[in-house]
Write a protein that binds this ligand. Structure first.
Ligand code: IYR
Length: 236
């Protein structure tokens, strides 16, 4: 195999830097950290009863910064996050989402889907869309490249935005906030309400975040997590 070495380090487009912020942990610490992270992350539950309690904007900003560190196709970072605290806008989102959910639950979903949702106990009523202090609408950008020029193609957009959304959920949880992923179908109403350009972006997911309300519950069904054997195969 021929290894091609980058010769021209003056070219800013192709230059590389030393990996200077990687931290190596001793093997024991690595194992402990992996276990601790699992223990922390398994305490993240989707909840649907949020408190009115405010959450500082700077917390949301840093969680979005964390999401923005996600890997992405050609590093185009094809995402945009709209963080909504404004009560009027949250009210508009609730109204639009509930209208769609009503037809969804009245039959548009189809019998099989409605059966699958029964153990979660969800319905068309979405008071948390107004009550939670923050809604974060995640948009996926089809075009724009690194410089958001509106024309350059973005690559692996769904994969990239999915990873960034995962980072966001992890960051919010780590900060001590509860989360809910909400995907009203169709979600296109979010584009107008959030003032985004429908030629370039599609709504990907709505994340509800804040403190849980007193007495918040988790559906028992949601605690049934597949085991490692169910979800993984090791080829050693
Ligand atoms: N978007 C609807 C329905 C819904 C769909 C799935 I898949 C869920 O895991 C949960 C809910 C709602 O939010 O009620």
């Amino acid at each position: 195999m021929i290894l091609k070495v980058q010769g021209n380090h003056m070219s800013s487009l192709e230059s590389h830097y030393p990996l200077s912020d990687f931290i190596e942990y001793p093997a024991e610490e690595m194992s402990a950290r992996a276990e601790q992270n699992y223990q922390q992350l398994k305490r993240r539950h989707s909840i649907r009863q949020f408190s009115h309690r405010p959450v500082a904007k700077e917390v949301i900003e840093n969680c979005i910064r964390a999401a923005g560190t996600a890997p992405s196709g050609a590093n185009h970072q094809p995402w945009h996050f709209v963080a909504i605290h404004n009560s009027q806008v949250k009210g508009q989102i609730r109204q639009a989402a509930e209208e769609l959910e009503q037809s969804f639950y009245q039959g548009r979903a189809g019998q099989e889907w409605l059966e699958a949702l029964k153990p979660l106990g969800t319905d068309a009523d979405k008071p948390y869309l107004e009550k939670a202090p923050w809604l974060i609408a995640v948009f996926a950008k089809k075009k724009g490249g690194l410089n958001n020029d509106g024309e350059q193609t973005n690559y692996y957009v769904h994969e990239s935005v999915g990873i960034a959304t995962g980072f966001l959920l992890q960051a919010l949880h780590n900060a001590g906030l509860a989360t809910l992923t909400h995907t009203p179908k169709p979600m296109s109403f979010l584009t107008g309400i959030c003032g985004r350009d429908s030629d370039v972006e599609r709504p990907y997911m709505l994340i509800v975040t804040g403190y849980p309300d007193t007495g918040a519950t988790i559906p028992a069904h949601a605690l049934n997590k597949k085991t490692l054997d169910d979800i993984a195969t090791f080829i050693e």
